[in-house]
Each structure stands twice: as structure tokens, then as C-alpha cells.
Design a binder for this molecule. Structure first.
Ligand code: WTA
Length: 655
């Protein structure tokens, strides 16, 4: 709480530096004015000028809340927009990806190289029977083939579903099964902190119970012939090496002409129930959102070297590592591994070596860098950096100031970008040549967006604290939840009866006296651990599957580096004794079920959980206990003594 108070006392402001403004492409408020005067016309203009269409649309927007369609009747292909139009120009020989593996491997792919790879892999997918509208799972380390696979799907009109390589076999299986994927693209392994992540082995376990998957394509990432062969046991008929299939693949592949509203991809994200939601994005609107914001927010120029550190398994990797940059013909750095491998200066070494000019990362990483010390940054020449970005969680002013001073040499503007898997593209962010920034504030909505702060009854608020909503549709908004349109309506548009036009983001926010937005974080049962969304229910469902567990309640506790960490309160089945070993076992059990990102920091055993008289678990109280705060009002509890004992246990464990 003290942190939020500190955040709201923040008064420092930073005007864009003169040198930056001199070169910046957007230096006036004209775009906001034009967009405010006629948002539909403004978006249509972005769509017309930034995207190549086969057939122009006949209607910009059809909004029947909460059902939305943009650019009706328009046809296009996203891969063509990302590749073909560049290979027709001088950009043909420009680097699209400059890739580094954690182990030091390096590759550069020009737009031409990428174009050829994508066409070939598109043909491979076709040969494996993938047709327009079919789903393809992608479970890869951060290697160029991840982008190749995504774009190859886009080229033939297949729908990709990228699953973060850190997810467990079970999480992968659930996602493949929900989407009824026909093909899975994976790798023998990937590198993370010097260890091999056994992706193919995980995939094998997932495929045992994902019968829709007929073929599995395996990228060879590990050294051929090494003892690591065991990482990829190939099953005849089902499994195929990527490099073998590519050897004879035809490098010509016509791009499928897609409708603007055809699905481009599904990306699963956590919600307030145990089951992740398959967020569905469209072809036309999504591309318009990604490409427009990429240019506006990052002031992207042809000589930039852009590095977004996100994995393709998250929306940031989709919009700002693949689609946004490539649609704009940018050069992107892609790095497979951890920031502290082999040393804590790895990121800065990469920035120096590749002459990175724009660097986009998460507050968790920034806080870790800050803790590791300035000298790691100081070892490298970062003078080419001209712009810094932050995404995924609230950034505390202290980390913001450090980022600006130590990484940005006091010369680079910072764009703190608020958005979500569901929004597809950045919504609230500075435009670096125009916006005066405040440390910790995402500042203002970009042109074309209508963001509104409301109270619990959906009344509009001009300032103060409230809930973040979006009142008008935007092109890159999600279209539905895969296979569950009712859940789409229920999750995002039914908080206020009679207002199906109001998108509820799930975040709390504050508007200060100068009209700056301060994002305070989730107000639902979704945690943000190191910038990753995790549903408390997901972790609870995992815990109760353990035979020793009767009941579990999971809350977020404040964590210095990760923003939030997971604390689990567990009641055990009759006769099962609590022990340190069991605690460790439960932590590992959750990691194995969901993925390491969901491993609870704390597991607390309790004879009972604090519940209201109507049987609801009192999470607020558990949060207070987990954070070591004074107990709130407990008079509505069924058994107040439960809480006292929990708190006591917690404190003794921490000391
Ligand atoms: C949080 C990531 C504060 C927020 C792009 C949102 C942020 C959730 C910011 C979406 C930011 C994202 N400041 N909070 N700049 N950016 N968030 O879907 O709670 O993984 O609802 O998308 O992250 O997470 P998601």
C-alpha cells in the first residue's frame, strides 16, 4: 500500500529531450485531434496507409455490442504484409531478425531469407494436411523458427496458437486440446540458464492426451549427434524433423486471401476461472492495431535496431517481436535465453554488439538489473539507445528513474505501455516525441482509443481512483474466446447490466489532477507474477489435485522483484501431517502441473480457511496475512481464530 501512496505522490515530469524531438516523426497533437474528431475515419486512414489490402473494405466498423467487426469486406494476408511487400523493395536485403542463442549461436535472417523460409514452411504445413482455418500449435524456444511458423500459418490462413515454452506438458495438452490443433511445431530443446529445456519430451507427454494432433514437427536446436539425441525420440508417422521437411519444400507459396475478420491466432491467457481462455484475434484489425502502435509508440525508423525481450509465447512477443516490427520492415533482435547468463550483463552486451536503438522490456527485469548493480550496465557502450519501453506490470517510480538514468543515460524517453492480451496492441502510452512523462505513469491513451475511468456503478470519473474501461471498439480488440463466446461476453462486457458496450479490463487505475493514468493492477483474481498473468483459480485447481490437499486458496503477495509472488493457503486431508517436505512437494507439484512461473513462493498449512458465513474464502484477509499487514475486519468470519493462527504461523516461518 505504501508503494501505491508513493506512486501517487509522484510529481516529477520529463519533457522529451530536444535531440529526440528534432528527429522524432510525431511531434504534434494532430493525430489525437484527428482521431478524436472521427475515430473511425482515423483508424480507416491507418488501415489504408499502413496495410496492403487485396480488396478494400466496404464498411469500417460494425459494432453490435459486444460483437464487433472491422474493415468489413476487406481482404488481405498478414504474412504478405510482413514479408512480400518488403522483398519487393530495398528492404529485401535488410536484416529482419538478428538472433542470438543463449549458448552464443548467432544467425541473421534478411527479409528475403525469412520470406523463403516462411513460404517453404507454409508448403510443409500444407503437405501435412493443414488447411485454412485449421489450428497449429507452436511450442518452441525463442528461435527464428517460431516467427517462421507463425507467419507460415498466416500465409495459408491457418490459425496459430503459440504456447510459451515454459509451460508444462499438461498446460500444453489443455491448450492443444481446447483448440483441437492438427499439427504441433516444437523443438528438441531450448536453452535456459545453461540447461536444456526438454520441449520435445514435454510435447510427447502432452500428445499422449491430445488426439487431435496428427503431426509433430521438430526443430533441431540442440547439437546434432550429441548425447542429447535422447531429447527427441521420434515417433514414426507422427514426428518429423523440420530440417528434413524443409529440404525439398517448394520456396513458392501463394498467400491465401483472407477476410479481415478471419481469425489470425489464438493466444491462451489466465482468467478468474481454472481454465485459461483462448483469446482470438482477427486478421485485419489486429494488424492495423499492431502496425500503427508500433510506429507511433516506438517512433520506428528504418535504421533502428529494435529489441523487444518478450518471448513469442506472450502477446508482447506476437505484437512487438513479430507482427508489428515486421509489418513496418524493422530489424529486430531476438534472444533465446536468460538475462543473467552467463553473466548479468548479457542484455547490455547484446545491446552493444547489435547496436540496439530501441529496447523494450518488463519492470521485473528492470528491477533485477537495478538490484544486480549499475556496473553491469556501465561495462557496455549503450550510446546507440534512443528510446526505452516498459510493459506488463506497473513500474515503480524508483525503477523508472533508474532505467532512465543508468540504461538511458538520461537522454532516452521511456514509454510505459499499458495493454493486454485482449487489446492486441498498446492502448495507453506516451508518444515519445510529444508526451511529457511522469515516472510510473503510462500517461495517456493513444489516438483512436476511448479509455474511461469509472466507479463501481460505471459512472464516469474525471479523476481519482476507479476501474479502467474502454468505451469504444478498437481494431485490434479480441473478437471472442475460442469455443466460448458466452464467456467473452460474460468476462469483458457484462460487469454492468445494460452496458454491453463497456469493455472492462480487470485493472484498477487512477487519474491524477493533470489527467495522467496510473495503473494500479488487477482488481480480479488474476495475479501478475513477473509480468506473467496467472489465475489464482488455476493454481488452486492444481493444488487440490494433489492427494494430500483438501482445500486451497491462493493470493498474491508483494514481491520486490517480481511485483507479485504466489502464496498458497492449504488445508490438508484428514490424517495427513503438515511438513516441510510436503510444502516443497506441493510447490513442485504446481510447477509441474502448470509451469515454473506458477510455483508458489509460500505454502501455508491451515486447519481451516477463513470464510464468510456464506462460505466464500476471504482473500482480502489472506492477502493481508501474506503481506504481513495488520488484520482487517474479521467479524464476518465463520471462525476468527483460524486467521489468528494462520498469521502466527506465517510470521514464525518468515523469521
Ligand atoms: C498488466 C501484457 C501496469 C495489467 C501486455 C494488464 C500493466 C495485464 C502494464 C495484461 C503497464 C500490462 N502498467 N500494468 N504498462 N502493462 N499491465 O495480457 O494488469 O499478459 O491487465 O498483456 O498486465 O497482461 P497480458
Amino acid at each position: 500500500m505504501s508503494e501505491i501512496a508513493a506512486l501517487l505522490d509522484e510529481t516529477r515530469t520529463f519533457a522529451p529531450g530536444e535531440a529526440f524531438v528534432r528527429e522524432a516523426q510525431v511531434t504534434t497533437r494532430a493525430a489525437w485531434e484527428a482521431a478524436a474528431a472521427d475515430p473511425e475515419a482515423w483508424w480507416a486512414e491507418q488501415a489504408r496507409s499502413r496495410v496492403e489490402w487485396h480488396t478494400p473494405w466496404t464498411q469500417v466498423l460494425d459494432w453490435q455490442p459486444p460483437r464487433v467487426r472491422w474493415f468489413l469486406g476487406g481482404t488481405l494476408n498478414v504474412a504478405e504484409n510482413c514479408l512480400d511487400r518488403h522483398v519487393r523493395t530495398w528492404r529485401r536485403n535488410k536484416a529482419a531478425f538478428v538472433w542470438e542463442g543463449e549458448n552464443g549461436d548467432r544467425r541473421t535472417l534478411t527479409y528475403w531469407d525469412l520470406y523463403v523460409e516462411v513460404c517453404k514452411f507454409a508448403n510443409v504445413l500444407k503437405q501435412l494436411g493443414v488447411r485454412r482455418g485449421d489450428r497449429v500449435g507452436i511450442y518452441l524456444p525463442l528461435v527464428p523458427e517460431a516467427a517462421v511458423a507463425m507467419l507460415a500459418c498466416a500465409r495459408i490462413g491457418a490459425i496459430h496458437s503459440v504456447v510459451f515454452g515454459g509451460f508444462s506438458p499438461e498446460s500444453l495438452r489443455d491448450r492443444l486440446d481446447d483448440a483441437q490443433a492438427k499439427v504441433l511445431v516444437t523443438a528438441d530443446g531450448g536453452y535456459r540458464r545453461g540447461q536444456v529445456v526438454p520441449l520435445k519430451r514435454n510435447a510427447d507427454r502432452a500428445l499422449e492426451a491430445a488426439p487431435s494432433v496428427q503431426h509433430c514437427v521438430v526443430v533441431r536446436r540442440l547439437p546434432a549427434g550429441a548425447a542429447d539425441e535422447s531429447f527427441a525420440e521420434m515417433r514414426d508417422g507422427r514426428d518429423h524433423w523440420y530440417h528434413r521437411l524443409m529440404q525439398h519444400a517448394d520456396p513458392h507459396c501463394d498467400a491465401a486471401v483472407m477476410d479481415a475478420e478471419d481469425e489470425l491466432f489464438i493466444l491462451y491467457t489466465s482468467g478468474t476461472t481454472g481454465k485459461p481462455k483462448g483469446i482470438v484475434h482477427s486478421t485485419g484489425g489486429y494488424l492495423v492495431g499492431a502496425t500503427t502502435t508500433m510506429q507511433l509508440v516506438f517512433d520506428l525508423r528504418d535504421d533502428d535496431v529494435f529489441w523487444c525481450t518478450a518471448d513469442v509465447g506472450w502477446i508482447t512477443g506476437h505484437s512487438y517481436l513479430v507482427y508489428g516490427p515486421l509489418a513496418n520492415g524493422a530489424t529486430c533482435v531476438m534472444y533465446e535465453g536468460a538475462p543473467d547468463w552467463p553473466e548479468r550483463d548479457r542484455f547490455w552486451q547484446l545491446c552493444e554488439r547489435h547496436g540496439v536503438t530501441i529496447f523494450y522490456t518488463a519492470p521485473t527485469a528492470i528491477r533485477a538489473f537495478m538490484k544486480w548493480g549499475d556496473h553491469h550496465v556501465g561495462k557496455h557502450d549503450l550510446s546507440r539507445l534512443r528510446l526505452l519501453g516498459s510493459v506488463g506490470e506497473p513500474i515503480n517510480p524508483e525503477a523508472w528513474m533508474w532505467y532512465r538514468r543508468v540504461v538511458g543515460g538520461d537522454r532516452c524517453p521511456i514509454v510505459d505501455t499499458w495493454w493486454q492480451t485482449e487489446t492486441g496492441a498498446i492502448v495507453i502510452s506516451p508518444v515519445p516525441g510529444v508526451t511529457h512523462t511522469k515516472p510510473g505513469s503510462a500517461t495517456h491513451p493513444l489516438p483512436g482509443y476511448a479509455v474511461q475511468l469509472v466507479d463501481a456503478q460505471a459512472n464516469a470519473l474525471a479523476k481519482g481512483g476507479g476501474l479502467l474501461t474502454i468505451t469504444r471498439p478498437w481494431p485490434s480488440m479480441l473478437r471472442t474466446i475460442w469455443g466460448d463466446h458466452a464467456r467473452y461476453e460474460q468476462t469483458y462486457f457484462s460487469k454492468w447490466p445494460g452496458r454491453p458496450d463497456l469493455y472492462f479490463a480487470g485493472d484498477g487505475a487512477k487519474l491524477d489532477d493533470d489527467g495522467y493514468w496510473w495503473i494500479l493492477g488487477r482488481v480480479d483474481d488474476v495475479l501478475n507474477v513477473a509480468g506473467h498473468r496467472i489465475g489464482t483459480m488455476e493454481v488452486e485447481s492444481a493444488l487440490v489435485e494433489h492427494p494430500a490437499v483438501a482445500e486451497a486458496a491462493v493470493v498474491g503477495k508483494h514481491h520486490e522483484l517480481k511485483g507479485q509472488a504466489i502464496a498458497a493457503f492449504v488445508t490438508l486431508r484428514e490424517g495427513v501431517p503438515a511438513s516441510g517436505e510436503l510444502r516443497d512437494e506441493l510447490r513442485e507439484f504446481v510447477a509441474a502441473k502448470i509451469g515454473a512461473i506458477a510455483r508458489p513462493d509460500d505454502v501455508l498449512f491451515s486447519a481451516d480457511l477463513p470464510k464468510t458465513r456464506s462460505g466464500k474464502i476471504m482473500r482480502r484477509l489472506l492477502r493481508d496475512i501474506a503481506d504481513g499487514r495488520a488484520l482487517g475486519d474479521t467479524t464476518t468470519l465463520a471462525d476468527p481464530s483460524v486467521v489468528a493462527s494462520l498469521k502466527e504461523q506465517y510470521e514464525s516461518q518468515e523469521s
